[in-house]
Each structure stands twice: as C-alpha cells, then as structure tokens.
Write a protein that binds this ligand. Structure first.
Ligand code: HEC
Ligand code: HEC
Length: 227
C-alpha cells in the first residue's frame, strides 16, 4: 500500500513538471475564437456541445486541452473524427484555441432521467420509482467520487479532479464538472478497455479497470450534475 502511494506522488510530481513544457504566455484568445469556428458544428457555441456524446470544451483546463489536441495529432489518442482535424492545427493554433475554450463558461445539465435499463435488478415502473432509483444512483456516484471504493482499490476521484470537479490546471488533470454523462460513460469505458490511453502512467486505466459498469454510470451521472 505504501509503495502504491509513493508511486502516486511521483506520478503527481511528474505530471506537474511535464505540463510546464506546454506553458505559454503568447495565447491569443480572440485568434482562438476565430480558429475554433470549425469546431462549433460538433462542440457547440462557446464549447458547450448539444450532443451528449461530443464533449463540452468550455472552461476546460488549457493544459489538458493542449495535451489532448497534440495526442489526437500524433495518434496516441485515437478518434476518427478528431484525427484529421487535429492534424490541420499548428502548435500556435492549439495554444490559442485552448486559451479560448478555457475562458468560456460551461453550461449546466438537466437532471439525468432514469431509463428502464438503468436499474438491472427490477425495472422501475412509476415516475416516483424512477426518481428514487436515480437519487440512489447519484448518491452512490457522489460517494465514489469523494471516497473511492477501498475494497476494490478504486482511488477517490476528488484527489486529482478536485472537490468541485474543477480539475488541476498545472498538473493537466481535466475539469469534469457539468460534462455530458454520456460522454463520461463512453470515455471511462474506453479507459477501462484500454482503447483510450495517451498518459504514460496510464492512471485512468488503472482506476477504471477495477470499476463496475454500474459504478461508471453512477459516477458519470453525479459528475454531470456538479457545477
Ligand atoms: C465532426 C465532429 C467534431 C468536430 C468538427 C470537432 N470535434 Fe473535437 N471531438 C469530437 C468527438 C466525437 C470527440 C470525443 C472523442 C472521444 O470519444 O475520444 C472530440 C474530442 C475533442 C477533445 C477532447 C476533449 C476531452 O474532454 O478530452 C478536444 C480537446 C477537441 N475535441 C477539440 C476540438 C477542436 C479544437 C475542434 C476544432 C478545431 C474540434 N474538436 C472539432 C468531435 C468533433
Ligand atoms: C491519480 C490522479 C487521478 C485520479 C485519482 C483520477 N483521475 Fe481521472 N484523470 C486523471 C488524468 C491525469 C486524466 C487525463 C488522462 C489523459 O491525459 O488522457 C484523467 C482523465 C479523466 C477523464 C477524462 C476527461 C475528459 O474530458 O475526457 C475522466 C472522465 C476521469 N478522469 C474521471 C475520473 C473518475 C470518475 C475518477 C474516480 C473514480 C478519477 N478520474 C480519478 C487523473 C486522475
């Protein structure tokens, strides 16, 4: 256990020094807005996408945005839609666009609605039952976010993503608050299956591989409601 924590603190120290490489004071937010014109069709006005599987970019840490755009560009994060788009961006474009999105305000989400397949034990029948089931799922997600799941060695998300899921800009730990639940579920599942990894230490794979499908859903719904 001790060894694990040592590894974790080394990882944190490494993450904060490596992100300094991206530090840049020349970012031009206005130029970034113009350069982001081609992103609007999928990521929405001001980076608040209307499609729940397309991530919101508004108010995201610029260090994280840059890291992801470089990763799509060099192929270490794979997505057919983003690959060619990122390849068309210069290093300066990435700096300006990331600064523009960080300066936008993220929109809040509607309370998720329980689908009939959300409760595997017994399908919820009435609206009242669905509300009770959703409240339970959100409470479970909140508990996991704050405390992790010790018996299954799932780390608490709060340690890196912050009490309000605001992220940690110097360390390039992304903000998660008010992100679409559907995107969160998709990307956590990609980390779990090993389909997404552009992080040398593979932190999110180590965490998600221990999570159940239900835990992923619960924590994603909860995070989508954080502001
Ligand atoms: C055709 C739709 C489409 C367009 C246009 C598009 N994107 Fe994306 N983008 C996506 C999808 C889908 C994902 C999620 C990929 C995944 O699931 O891994 C994504 C992911 C991202 C991410 C990662 C977000 C995160 O939270 O990890 C960034 C950053 C990003 N896009 C920036 C941009 C920028 C900048 C532009 C414009 C220059 C742009 N995108 C244009 C569809 C698009
Ligand atoms: C040790 C630090 C650490 C802990 C603990 C941690 N994360 Fe992460 N998380 C990261 C890092 C670093 C990334 C960025 C990975 C990358 O660059 O690909 C990330 C990325 C993510 C993303 C992708 C965000 C996006 O916009 O695509 C999600 C979602 C996420 N984490 C959720 C969680 C959840 C839920 C938990 C708790 C169960 C958690 N994380 C615990 C460090 C951590």
């Amino acid at each position: 256990m001790k060894k694990k924590w040592l590894a974790l603190s080394l990882t944190l120290a490494f993450a904060s020094t490596s992100s300094l490489l991206y530090a840049d004071t020349d970012a031009d937010i206005e130029a970034g807005e113009t350069k982001a014109a081609s992103c609007v069709s999928c990521h929405g006005e001001n980076g608040n996408s209307m499609v729940s599987t397309f991530p919101k970019l508004a108010q995201q840490d610029e260090s994280y945005l840059r890291k992801q755009l470089h990763a799509f560009k060099n192929g270490s994060r794979k997505n057919p839609m983003m690959a060619s788009i990122a390849q068309s961006l210069s290093d300066k474009d990435i700096i300006d666009i990331a600064a523009y999105y960080m300066a936008q305000k993220v929109s809040v989400n509607e309370l998720p609605v329980m689908n009939d397949d959300d409760d595997d034990d017994k399908p919820a029948v009435s609206e009242a039952d669905k509300k009770i089931a959703m409240d339970k799922l959100l409470a479970q997600g909140g508990d996991l976010y704050r405390n992790g799941d010790l018996p299954h060695e799932v780390s608490a998300c709060i340690a890196c993503h912050g009490p309000l899921a605001e992220g940690n800009e110097p360390a390039a730990f992304p903000a998660l608050r008010s992100q679409h639940a559907d995107y969160l579920i998709k990307t956590l599942t990609d980390f779990k299956n090993g389909e997404r990894s552009n992080n040398a230490e593979n932190m999110m794979h180590m965490i998600t591989k221990k999570m159940t499908v239900e835990e992923i859903k619960a924590v994603s719904y909860r995070i989508s409601m954080m502001k």
